[in-house]
Design a protein around this ligand. Structure first.
Ligand SMILES: [Zn+2]
Length: 362
């Protein structure tokens, strides 16, 4: 009965003015929710073609990453990297609120002189073919391709990814060494626009890797694809970091309203290193029209994310309730709803996916 007493106490202490916004998820359960930002992992088992370079394997983040994905290296050795995607599908299926997830491939650094993948310097590589083939087995997973536009056959690879069902192209410019403002990518951008394939690209500082070239994650660099009609989704809303002496988040907000084809995903905005940004963005009403829902799974576990970091905004009662939700996706939705994210953000689709998700309640 001790815990009941604690709950009662919390309810009394937090009272009305400490409780955050009402966060019942009833309405959302009947709607179709897509998580636009989900990672996978691979070590090359089962013929996946995925790899991590020496530097990443030796990095402390590697152990955490596998644990959060919910697999051991031994399991991958026996069952292949395919296991990660199967478990992912099973976990999404257990979510009450999230119906589908876009699983992201990860291209590497491409040497512009030779046109080849630089395997030594590429920290993580997850090939398109592997992700396309595996997600096709599960109706609740969608294919997020990754193509470094420095590849000489980038446009052909884009066409192939589209034929394999890609719903977007994902870049991590600071890790893949891509400068989105490079004029030589214009043919690639034109093809993306023609195919209706959005560009989901990391903005803001990157902390999940051994090292990163953060100057390439400046949101201002996205003006070029935007001008060429690409639907661009700035991952993490450029939260954290500065470019040219200015806050990346401020830089993003300064250009966001000017482009109807410009969006920002709210993945990872509940992480300890990005506290406060989501609430700030929600206080500017028009930003809501540009928000896309995503989690950045598996970076969803304590100590990276916890509802207790947000007590100031959601209140003790919500923090207590949300910390008790077992499914990672349901917990993420509940936390973001409590922070004030409206339903229209969770159900928003853009690009080629608009015509592929059910319009009627499922
Ligand atoms: Zn991510």
């Amino acid at each position: 009965m001790k815990s009941a007493a604690v709950i009662t106490l919390l309810v009394i202490v937090s009272g009305g003015f400490f409780a955050g916004p009402e966060a019942s998820a009833e309405g959302l359960e009947a709607l179709h929710v897509v998580d636009w930002h989900v990672h996978t992992a691979g070590l090359g088992y089962g013929g996946s073609g995925a790899f991590l370079n020496e530097e990443m394997r030796e990095n402390f983040r590697f152990g955490f990453f596998l644990r959060w994905v919910g697999v051991t290296e031994r399991e991958l050795e026996v069952e292949g990297d395919q296991l990660v995607i199967r478990r992912l599908s099973e976990n999404i299926a257990r979510s009450r609120l999230v119906d589908q997830a876009v699983v992201l491939a990860m291209d590497g650094i491409v040497d512009r002189a030779t046109g080849r993948l630089d395997e030594k310097r590429t920290q993580i590589y997850i090939p398109n073919d592997f992700v396309a083939r595996e997600v096709a087995k599960y109706p609740n997973l969608l294919f997020g391709a990754s193509i470094n536009p420095n590849r000489p056959d980038a446009v052909a690879r884009l066409e192939q990814a589209a034929a394999q069902g890609a719903v977007l192209v994902k870049w991590l410019p600071s890790i893949m060494e891509i400068d989105p403002a490079d004029e030589s990518f214009v043919p690639f951008y034109r093809k993306m626009a023609a195919l209706g394939i959005p560009l989901l690209t990391h903005t803001g500082m990157e902390k999940s890797f051994a090292h990163a070239r953060d100057e390439l994650a400046d949101p201002m660099k996205l003006l070029l694809p935007l001008e060429h009609g690409v639907t661009v989704i700035a991952a993490h809303m450029a939260a954290t970091g500065r470019s040219e002496g200015q806050d990346n988040f401020e830089r993003l907000l300064s250009i966001l309203p000017a482009y109807p084809n410009f969006y920002a995903d709210i993945s990872s905005l509940t992480q300890i290193n990005r506290l406060g940004y989501l609430v700030r963005a929600l206080n500017i009403p028009w930003t809501i029209d540009h928000m896309i829902y995503g989690t950045d799974w598996p970076l969803q576990h304590f100590p990276v994310v916890s509802p207790w970091y947000h007590v100031r905004h959601i209140g003790l009662v919500n923090a207590w309730r949300i910390s008790g939700i077992r499914n990672v996706w349901d917990r993420d939705v509940a936390l973001k709803r409590a922070l004030g994210v409206p339903d229209e953000v969770f159900t928003r689709t853009v690009g080629i996916l608009v015509n592929r998700v059910p319009k009627t309640p499922n």
